[in-house]
Design a protein around this ligand. Sequence first.
Ligand code: ADP
Ligand code: F6P
Ligand code: MG
Length: 322
Amino acid sequence: MSAIKSIAVLTSGGDSQGMNAAVRAVVRSGLFHGLEVFGVQRGYQGLLNNDIRPMDLRSVGDIIQRGGTILQTARCKEFMTPEGQQKAADVLRERGIDGLVVIGGDGSYHGANKLSKLGIKTMGLPGTIDNDIPFTDFTIGFDTAVSIVVDAINKLRDTMTSHERSSIVEVMGRHCGDIALYAGLASGAETILVPEVPIDLDAISGRMYENFQSGKRHSIVVVAEGAGNVNEIAEGIAKRNGIDARVTVLGHIQRGGCPTHNDRILASRLGDFAVRKLMEGETAKGCGIVNGELTVTDLDKIISSKKPFNMEMYNLASRLSQ
Ligand code: ADP
Ligand code: F6P
Ligand code: MG
């Protein structure tokens, strides 16, 4: 016996690769279990606009491999107000929708939590390239974004080596350095700058100078956007050590393209799990995978916690990039 008869799914905040795979999993799992399933267009804005359509098996065909989100996404100011949240809950009730799966980042989780307090059964799925949601090892889109950064750094390394330059690469992550950390370790970057660790330009430029003196022909510095101004960092390093530095801002390239198999599998497992948890009567929870195991955690707990930064991995990257 299911605690609910119908569910809706929406994508919200910054998009990420694998959101489509998650939408597909929610829709097909819901239909498999005999639920009525709806798709909400443009995140919370779609709730306020009553832009909600029934989803069938074919409505999510041919999307598992596509970046972006077929449901579109939005950042919705009106939904931030208590009146907006009440209106959204009323629309869902009027449409006879009992449960809502929200695929998005921390902001979207806040929204889902507010709706749950207004009587809507909600379940969050971590959809963001930032990997900044606690109580899941990885968020949907992170693996693909890191692969894109690694591929870009491989290319930058070629030309930097030819010209004996340093490459200062800005990657996304306003409050979380995980993209920089994972991509930096995987690409052999000499320096990784993240919001979680203070920057010492003297030490960075000195180390780069010594490495060039001992025969190194390039240097890669990965800068998470939240760590500081990339142009100022590049100038600060070049002024200190005299090595020609070039800045590359990867930007939204990191948010597009075909999701990796890891993101598709994560999205598929989490999407199906969210539906099953709603059917069991759970609400106000976020789903994750920790050490391979599916988990649910209270949204209250998730949004009041910060994902711990992996200093061990950060120190390893530093040790290996002499
Ligand atoms: P993300 O989910 O990727 O972190 P945002 O922070 O932009 O992206 O949040 C997405 C949307 O979630 C916002 O546009 C807003 O509609 C809703 N939201 C964000 N924070 C809150 C909040 N504190 N209360 C209610 N809704 C929120
Ligand atoms: O939260 C995802 C993210 O891509 C961040 O890494 C980045 O800081 C931000 O969104 C960019 O937002 P926008 O798409 O509004 O430029
Ligand atoms: Mg966010």
